[in-house]
Design a protein. Structure first.
Length: 502
């Protein structure tokens, strides 16, 4: 039996953590699974075939993304090019084909360096998004009519964004080791499919999702680099460093936060510094445009402005929006430091990004993409997720119907101002609803779906299971009570003097 390996040379594969099955704990997921044969049984053999949860979820995401592309085909076939309002009545508008010529890609102009001939002097997107747009332009043939080129440019971008969508789904499915099926929340989100090809936001969302995965695995350097790259593509990913700072403060993980923040700064500078030095006017256009932009679609500022005789001053709105955002961040920080149990990273990340969306002076339909992966990690409950998604679909339809109304002349086909304002309020209430549920989960950890299944903070990386080092308020009282609950009570000397005599 000399061929038998010894115990010392036998490598035992560590057991995979037992997966949480949403169909066993979520009534909506169980009901929805009936289309596929019903809830998975306890004796089901999972992870023993090519069809792993991550691969299934990625393929579902690709399928839903393709359906979203089909939804844009009425515009692809002509509505982008003929008739001002037809692209709105079909709810298939996209910035991508319009900006191919409008931002100089059709003429071979170099973003940030070459001045544009129209009203927009330079490309108004962050540097890494500009690189993404330029790569797609390189892959677009320069022959044929401009309409054909714009169609191909949209198709090329859609292919690149589909890869981003699959990355997002896979990263969300892998972030919580025991809950891969929560990734289906992202893959099946209706607002995700409807808004994926409106703009280039998916690129930054994919980098952010990959960063969250790296942090959950304890790879702080990779997290910092990816967050820096994501911020170079869109500004919102930098907001995640705020919740991380507060959580690391509570857990005393200063070194890990410093490494992550340093990596983010270095990566952001590596992308921005060359353009910043060689084309400062073009580089700064994104920031000056964001500052000078007036009150726009989707914000509660617009609803207020439409009820006023005089439009709100842009500088005043900038100041008020910034003040509201600061107050919201302070509230999230206070919640993080006083909650009876340290909040999960995904919960605070969702709250901070949602606060930015709610207080901002503009809300484009594709901004919902920022929140969908965070929502799947923060509150993986189908009922609450679908309630929020329904509100976002209402807004998606509302803004296009409102634009159809305003661009159809005397026909007034579409949604009037009052109806559009109702759609805006529906979006705001839906986001506030999900925020309220997450705040409740933080204050009452026993209501948190993730923690109820036995995990602490599976997306928290070094924070997962870490002890608290700094708390105050209610959390400090809970910590003191926990520390002293095991101490025996002092002995009572009934009828005895201090020296022990009767």
């Amino acid at each position: 039996m000399c061929g038998m390996p010894s115990a010392e040379t036998t490598h035992v594969k560590p057991e995979e953590p037992e997966q949480v099955r949403p169909t066993r704990e979520d009534k909506v997921a169980a009901a929805g699974s009936e289309f596929l044969g019903g809830p998975i049984g306890w004796r089901a053999l999972t992870g023993r075939s090519w069809w792993t949860p991550v691969r299934v979820i990625a393929l579902v995401m690709i399928g839903m993304f393709a359906l979203g592309m089909v939804q844009k085909f009425p515009c692809y076939d002509g509505a982008w090019f003929y008739g001002a309002s037809s692209q709105y009545t079909h709810a298939c508008y996209s910035d991508i084909p319009h900006l191919y010529q409008g931002r100089g890609f059709a003429d071979g102009l170099i973003p940030y360096f070459d001045r544009l001939p129209g009203d927009m002097e330079y490309l108004e997107y962050p540097v890494l998004t500009g690189v993404f747009m330029e790569v797609a332009a390189w892959l677009t043939p320069g022959s044929g009519t401009i309409q054909h080129q714009e169609q191909v440019y949209w198709m090329v971008n859609a292919g690149m964004l589909m890869i981003c969508a699959a990355v997002i789904a896979a990263c969300v499915a892998r972030t919580h080791r025991r809950r891969p099926w929560d990734g289906l929340l992202v893959a099946l989100a209706p607002a995700f499919a409807l808004t994926s090809t409106i703009n280039w936001d998916l690129f930054a969302v994919a980098l952010t999702a990959a960063a969250m995965l790296m942090w959950s695995r304890g790879r702080t350097v990779a997290f910092g680099i990816l967050i820096g790259l994501a911020t170079a593509a869109k500004l919102y990913p930098a907001l995640l460093l705020g919740p991380l700072f507060v959580l690391c403060w509570r857990a005393g993980k200063w070194r890990e936060f410093a490494v992550a923040a340093f990596g983010a700064v270095v990566a952001w500078l590596a992308m921005n510094l060359p353009v910043m030095l060689m084309a400062p006017d073009g580089w700064s256009k994104f920031y000056t445009f964001s500052q000078e932009r007036g009150v726009d679609f989707g914000s509660f500022w617009l609803v207020i402005s439409q009820h006023m005789d005089t439009p709100l001053d842009t500088d005043v709105v900038n100041t008020l929006a910034s003040a509201l955002m600061v107050l919201a961040c302070l509230g999230v920080a206070a919640l993080a430091l006083t909650a009876p149990r340290r909040p999960r990273f995904a919960q605070l990340a969702f709250l901070v990004v949602a606060a930015f969306i709610l207080t901002n002076k503009v809300y484009s339909p594709q901004y919902v993409l920022w929140l969908i992966p965070l929502a799947a990690l923060a509150r993986p409950k189908w009922r609450d997720f679908l309630v929020w998604q329904a509100c976002e679909v209402v807004y998606f339809l509302g803004i296009w119907m409102y634009l159809a109304y305003t661009t159809s002349g005397d026909k007034h086909q579409g949604l009037p101002t009052d109806g559009y304002q109702a759609a805006v309020i529906t979006h705001l209430l839906g986001t506030l609803y999900l925020c309220a549920i997450i705040v409740r989960d933080i204050w009452l950890p026993e209501r948190d779906v993730v923690r109820r299944s036995g995990d602490d903070d599976p997306s928290g990386g070094v924070l997962d299971g870490a002890e608290d080092r700094f708390v105050f308020g209610h959390a400090a009282y809970v910590a003191w009570e926990k520390e002293h609950e095991a101490e025996p009570p002092p002995p009572v000397n009934w009828g005895k003097d201090p020296d022990g005599s009767l």
